[in-house]
Design a protein around this ligand. Structure first.
Ligand code: CMP
Length: 385
């Protein structure tokens, strides 16, 4: 097809091109745009394909990232939700691959205690966790989520099971993520999984047909709907977090440790040490929030500015940690804040093993017992809202 739109011809600048659709509620029309994304400066440009006119002049738009750009994905450009319909040229199709997908993964109540090991397996299968939240579903939420099964004989058992304890919902991104995650999970029935796919997650961590450790979307279309349920992008809040705000301390897996794929291992070690993880959520922190959160360290710690930069460097994972004397015991478990010192004095601690430097020291943990609750509230009450 010849395109009549007069966009900038290829230069040596790296540029991706898509056909995107937007539903215009006023005209009750699906409008089509040519969307160009310039990777060098993160700018976007749009052309109306019907009128051949510029719709959006090339503008920097920091909320859009190249990882968001693949066919089937919904993106937000200046508050307008666009569906990426197709790659508009072969260069983009080749470069970004038509295989990138998102899917919903849920760790169910029976496998909750094994979430660390399951996350380790997800990350070693080259799937990226782009959203994550611990929730305890209400009956209504569980019914809404599994509505397509409401006529099945196992429906009541399924609902009772799904509300029997917290679950971990995750958005996974990767090549053919829907299939890749389903392959990793194995057959629906855990007994069948044990005989047919003994290395699968359901074989290792599930019990039977209903208590089967994990859930995964069955298609790209279901994934979009199911992700919207847990992580709404167009209004609504989704299921609430599980923070209890008592006897707690706060732990944050820092962005460098998340990007080094240490999330699963750190969670596993925290749980193995007997701490309760009573809330958990992935956050992308803005600099203003980092300043607020680290306010007590301003003028006190020499690395303050670098700490802000690190906390905003990518997604981090905030957790409410509970247990007897949690603030003190958990701080000891994390080890001295400088990983070099930790490696000499307390080589088994989290910071000794996963820390890189004073700033990139794997985890933040609350310093004083009274800060624990305040920090948990900052993430799970203030930032979440
Ligand atoms: P999930 O992948 O979450 O999707 C629907 C769920 O229903 C499924 O995992 C199981 O937990 C449950 N389920 C599916 N089939 C059966 C069955 N035949 N008997 C009991 N439970 C089932």
């Amino acid at each position: 097809m010849r395109r009549q739109v007069n966009w900038t011809p290829y230069s040596d600048e790296d540029r991706c091109a898509f056909v995107a659709e937007w539903y215009d509620p006023n005209a009750a029309l699906l409008r089509r745009y040519q969307l160009l994304y310039y990777t060098k400066d993160g700018s976007v440009e749009m052309f109306d394909m019907k009128s051949n006119r510029v719709f959006l002049k090339r503008t920097k738009y920091e909320d859009l990232h190249v990882e968001d750009l693949f066919v089937g994905n919904k993106i937000n450009v200046f508050s307008r939700q666009l569906q990426l319909i197709e790659y508009a040229d072969q260069y983009t199709a080749r470069k970004l691959g038509s295989k990138k997908e998102k899917t919903l993964a849920v760790i169910k109540p029976d496998a909750f205690a094994k979430m660390g090991a399951i996350i380790e397996l997800i990350l070693s299968a080259d799937l990226t966790i782009t959203k994550m939240k611990m929730v305890l579903l209400t009956r209504k939420e569980a019914v809404d989520f599994y509505l397509e099964h409401q006529t099945k004989t196992f429906f009541n058992d399924l609902i009772n099971f799904m509300i029997s304890g917290p679950v971990i919902a995750m958005e996974l991104l990767g090549d053919e993520a829907v299939c890749a995650w389903r392959r990793l999970m194995g057959p629906t029935n855990s007994a069948t999984a044990r005989s047919e796919e003994p290395n699968s997650l359901r074989a290792k961590f599930g019990t039977d047909g209903t208590k089967n450790a994990t859930h995964g979307s069955d298609s790209v279309a279901s994934a979009a709907r199911e992700l919207e349920f847990f992580f709404p992008t167009s209004g609504g809040r989704g299921p609430s977090n599980t923070a209890k705000y008592s006897d707690c301390t706060c732990c944050i897996i820092k962005p460098h440790a998340v990007s080094a794929k240490c999330t699963g291992t750190i969670i596993r070690e925290i749980m193995d040490a007997g701490f309760e993880i009573s809330a958990l959520q992935m956050f992308k922190i803005e600099i203003a929030n980092a300043e607020e959160f680290y306010e007590v360290y301003k003028g006190v710690v020499a690395e303050y500015s670098d700490m802000l930069v690190e906390l905003c460097a990518g997604p981090c994972i905030a957790m409410e940690i509970r247990g007897e004397d949690a603030p003190k015991r958990f701080r000891e478990f994390c080890g001295p804040s400088d990983p070099e010192i930790a490696r000499h004095l307390r080589p088994k601690t989290l910071r000794a093993r996963y820390g890189k430097s004073k700033v990139r020291n794997a985890v933040h943990c609350s310093d004083l017992p009274e800060d624990g609750l305040l920090e948990v509230q900052y993430f799970f009450k203030i930032l979440e809202n």
